[in-house]
Design a binder for this molecule. Structure first.
Ligand code: UDX
Length: 446
């Protein structure tokens, strides 16, 4: 099929490359000529394992091209996929300006029947809004489709080529059939539904996953107080098929470009129809607070006196295998530390320059590798579970730190790793350890 993908952000670029990989002819469009030049020169503006190789192979095979010419691309295509950004407005609502602009430009370029599918995460009713905008400007027939995206950064190609399900929201059977045909090679699990339900499925899925994370983080906080181990609790829960094992890793909370934005947007969407989504409000609040779990531990260790201490930070990305730092817990944690007179030394294998662009270069000492970061620090905090960190020789690490204090915000290390070391070790929702010895459980009063 001939496909145009508008927007070469995470979703647009990965989808475009994967549709080409499946044998379609794909044109990726973006207004940002710098980005298009990079892509045409064989570069990739984001860090995503495997994407560059797949993009290059398909570009050289003539199945994938990049342009700033939206009209030209639309005229050559039967299916137009919108993957433009819907960044949050200050109110938390999704900003639909890019969707509206694209709808107008697509309408003006129409030269025959087309399917216009929206992959961007948009509030319920946006596809109808797009159709109304387009209908006012073109007499050509088109079908507007909701095609929500569920890929995760860091495993985007795997998620796109092997999705758990594809959701197609359509009010035209023939358009639904065409989209089903397009996605058939990927999965048998294709849910065809009405447009509004498809739009809702995306928000509901992300909100549910965020809820799982905040739930296990609260369980972790209770585990710390009663002397239980949240990883064991999560394992025990996860064998129940009704619960499932995934998204039960306790830590310092979720970040990234989707969960924080989509949870807030869904609260707004509910508010517009006079419904207060109380549960989701709490999920957001718990997540916000969880970032300070690490800070609270530092305060306990240093008896409230953080000023003048040196703290090493491992990991700045919101999760491993991405250079994305949007809404990363590291931002607020480091901000809090520097505001309170702590000398911060920080390192991330790929997200350092993005972090500096957001946070500024001053006020933090940027380091070249994990051990250099830990040099002479009073404590080390692990904020992103990059593989590189779990492979560090802890014996060596403790010799470079001023004090062997390790706060593991992602539960990367375990008792076995710490055996024979001098570390004072705190993690999330698990008993702390001192010199390789598990600390005594608190006495519980009934
Ligand atoms: C998410 C959704 O998973 C994806 O379906 C949607 O399309 C976009 O949003 P992404 O933001 O790339 O994907 O990352 P994901 O792997 O879902 O992790 C999100 C955040 O939750 C990360 O900060 C991660 O560290 C955190 N997380 C995840 C936990 O704290 N615990 C977990 O058990 C799982």
């Amino acid at each position: 099929m001939n496909i145009t993908v508008i927007g070469t952000g995470y979703v647009g670029l990965v989808s475009g490359v994967c549709f080409a990989e499946l044998g379609n002819r794909v044109i990726c469009v973006d207004k940002d000529s710098g980005k298009i030049d990079t892509l045409n020169a064989g570069g990739i503006p984001i860090y995503e394992p495997g994407l560059k190789e797949m993009a290059t192979a398909n570009r050289l095979a003539g199945k994938l091209s990049f342009t700033t010419d939206l009209s030209g691309a639309v005229r050559q295509s039967d299916i137009i996929i919108l993957a433009v950004g819907t960044p949050p407005l200050p109110s938390g609502e999704a900003n639909l300006a890019y969707i509206d602009q694209a709808a107008i430009e697509i309408a003006d370029a129409m030269n025959g029947y087309k399917i216009v599918a929206v992959k961007s995460t948009v509030p319920v009713g946006t596809n109808e809004r797009l159709a109304t905008l387009m209908r006012a400007r073109t007499n050509y027939r088109f079908d507007s489709i909701s095609l929500p995206e569920f890929l995760r950064e860091g495993s985007a190609i795997q998620d796109t080529l092997h999705p758990d399900r594809i959701v197609i929201g359509a009010d035209s059977q023939s358009a639904a059939d065409t989209m089903t045909l397009l996605h058939k090679p990927l999965t048998h699990q294709i849910v065809v539904t009405d447009i509004r339900s498809a739009e809702m499925i995306k928000y509901a899925s992300n909100a549910f996953l965020a809820t799982k994370i905040s739930f296990i983080n609260e369980i972790a906080n209770i585990c710390e107080k009663v002397g239980a181990d949240v990883t064991q609790v999560a394992e025990g829960m996860g064998y129940d098929r009704r619960i499932g094992p995934s998204f039960l890793n306790a830590g310092i909370g979720y970040g990234g470009s989707c969960f924080p934005k989509d949870t807030r947007a869904l609260i707004q969407i509910a508010g517009h129809v006079d419904y207060e989504f109380k549960l989701l409000r709490s999920v957001v609040e718990v997540n916000q607070d969880q970032r300070f779990n690490v800070i609270r531990k530092l305060e306990t260790i240093f008896e409230g006196e953080l000023r003048g201490k040196t703290v090493a930070i491992w990991g700045l990305a919101f999760k491993p295998n991405t250079d994305d730092v949007r809404d990363s817990p590291a931002i607020e944690i480091i901000q809090h530390l520097v505001d309170n007179g702590v000398k911060v030394r920080a390192y991330d294998p790929v997200a350092m320059s993005n972090f500096q662009a957001l946070f500024g270069k001053a006020r933090v000492t940027w380091c070249e590798n994990p051990l250099d970061t830990a040099q002479d620090a009073d404590a080390l905090c692990l904020l992103t579970e990059w593989d590189e960190f779990s492979k560090i020789d802890l014996g060596r690490l403790q010799t470079v730190l001023k004090r062997p204090i390790l706060i593991d915000g992602r539960n990367v290390f375990n008792e076995e790793n710490l055996l024979g070391t001098e570390f004072v070790y705190y993690s999330v929702g698990r008993p702390s350890m001192n010199q390789g010895v598990k600390q005594k459980m608190p006495v519980l009063q009934f």
